[in-house]
Design a protein around this ligand. Structure first.
Ligand code: FMN
Length: 185
């Protein structure tokens, strides 16, 4: 059983990226599961807080979930052609202390997908993640890409994916990523 942890980089209730992740959970291939985790509750990184209080509870829980998973699926929005600050901030906390990076991220299969109301479907944000993933020593999956553009016409108001062709693309994407995560199992 491949256990994948999924994280959305948006805190918005009506987030397209969170909706994309929820749809992914429905479409996971047989013999795999997607556990959806949240970055909600992770404060802004502050080295003084880290020194005085250590790692915030939500960040510690998320580190543990990722460390125990077979793969990590990021659903990233794009802000100003890059990674949204709240998402990067969360991953910055997850990378503390540096001694834990190897057990949390080292060699971890990671896939990136994203949704945007615009026409480019988070392509630049996905690119921006690559240097972070390299720095953390992950093992990114490059076997497929999923950039959901014009998201307002892909999801209905309740966040349900109504576009059948994107659903098929997502299913294929997940099947490729899970196969990658299951190698050697
Ligand atoms: C500060 C800010 C910057 C944005 N910049 C971009 C951008 O560069 N490219 C893009 O496609 N969408 C951009 N958007 C629109 C987001 O894609 C849109 O708000 C999207 O719904 C965010 O993802 P979510 O639905 O998961 O919250 C931006 C939104 C904000 C708030």
């Amino acid at each position: 059983m491949a256990k994948i942890v999924g994280v959305s980089g948006s805190l918005r209730r009506g987030s397209y990226n969170s909706a994309l992740l929820r749809t992914a959970a429905e479409l996971m291939p047989a013999g795999s599961e997607l556990r959806i985790e949240t970055i909600e509750g992770i404060p802004l990184y502050n080295g003084d807080v880290e020194t005085a209080e250590g790692i915030p509870q939500r960040a510690s829980e998320l580190k543990k979930a990722i460390a125990g998973s077979d793969g990590l699926l990021l659903a990233t929005p794009e802000y100003n052609n890059s990674i949204p600050g709240v998402f990067k901030n969360a991953v910055d906390w997850l990378s503390r202390p540096p001694a834990d990076i190897k057990s949390v991220f080292g060699g971890k299969p990671v896939a990136i997908m994203g949704a945007s109301p615009g026409g480019f479907g988070t392509i630049l944000s996905q690119n921006a993640w690559l240097s972070v993933l390299r720095t953390l020593g992950t093992n990114p999956w490059f076997g497929g890409r999923l950039m959901v553009s014009r998201a307002a016409s892909v999801f209905d108001e309740s966040g349900k994916m109504t576009d059948e062709s994107i659903r098929k693309q997502l299913q294929q994407f997940l099947s490729g990523f899970v196969a990658y995560c299951s190698r050697g199992q």
